[in-house]
Design a protein. Structure first.
Length: 299
């Protein structure tokens, strides 16, 4: 049974887009995934995204994705929302992954904008609608034109919001003006998908975060959002500014790379990366340690 949600916060407020731990030989580390999931929920996450980009979904098989959802559900499914990333640039494949995730017991779906093939807005509308029609699970859209090549226009978001199972959007567009209009016009529950913009997006109507730095600083993210909700703008700003070195350091290169390095430094499950991602150099690791320490992260 998933934690209680509301229409305003269908997946809670603080979620981490979880890495996928691998063993030293590159195989799926299900025990490590369960230990990491428990650690993240213990730290204060309301939910976890599994099989997202931070979970190296482009290089895991469908079978591995299903195994990972099962393992995380077993570990934390009674106390956190487990949201399965099912987005691909092939609508039929995404529908298959969505149905598998539902059968496995996932609490929700994350559907990224189809990448590389650059569909028009009508194609996006039909793609996301097909996914939402295929299961009974709530769907969070994922708008990240920097990776997908195509933004979800505000008009398209408004039309998609009419679907009873499309309930949220993860915004990594980096455009506060467009976010402001889309939040106001669509009524979707809005989640920041860009850690540097967590606080600014709250100020224009976002309800929570889908975070990468949540692997390191979930208590701070919870304190930030609680300060904002209570009207303590000064405290929320202070927390935001404290975390600036973490936001910067974790995205000096691809976020999965730095997250796995940081988790390894903390003795938490992570393991190697799958090509084409590669480990940090010694110099990059040294800089990451400096960045994290500046933001109050203990290693």
């Amino acid at each position: 049974m998933a934690p209680i949600s509301t229409p305003q916060t269908p997946f809670g407020r603080v979620l981490t887009a979880m890495v996928t731990p691998f063993t030293a030989d590159g195989a799926l580390d299900l025990d490590g995934a369960q230990r990491l999931a428990a650690h993240l929920v213990d730290a204060g996450n309301d939910g976890l995204i599994v099989n997202g980009t931070t979970g190296e979904s482009p290089t895991t098989s469908d079978s591995e994705k299903d195994q990972l959802v099962r393992a995380v559900l077993e570990a934390v499914g009674d106390r956190a929302h487990v949201v399965a990333g099912i987005g691909t640039n092939d609508t039929r494949h995404s529908v298959e992954l969505a149905r598998t995730a539902e059968r496995t017991g996932a609490h929700g779906l994350l559907a990224v904008t189809p990448y590389y093939n650059k569909p028009p807005q009508e194609g996006l509308l039909r793609h996301f609608t097909a996914i939402a029609d295929s299961t009974g699970l709530p769907v969070m859209l994922y708008d990240i034109p920097g990776r997908s090549g195509v933004p979800i226009d505000t008009e398209t978001l408004v039309r998609l919001a009419d679907h009873p199972r499309i309930v949220a959007n993860k915004d990594a567009k980096g455009d506060l003006g467009r976010a402001s209009w889309a939040i106001a016009e669509s009524g979707l529950a809005w989640y920041s998908g860009d850690d540097m913009l967590n606080l600014p997006l709250l100020s224009v109507g976002a309800v929570g975060f889908v975070s990468v730095v949540g692997h390191m600083v979930t208590p701070d993210l919870r304190a930030l959002i609680e300060a904002h909700l209570s009207g303590d703008v000064q405290k929320a700003t202070e927390i935001h500014q404290k975390l600036l070195p973490v936001f910067t350091g974790m995205f000096r290169t691809q976020g999965v790379i730095t997250t796995k390095a940081a988790l390894t430094l903390q003795g938490l499950p992570a393991g190697p990366l799958r090509l084409p991602l590669v480990e940090l150099s010694a110099q990059e690791t040294a800089q990451l340690k400096i960045d994290l320490a500046a933001g109050g992260v203990e290693l």
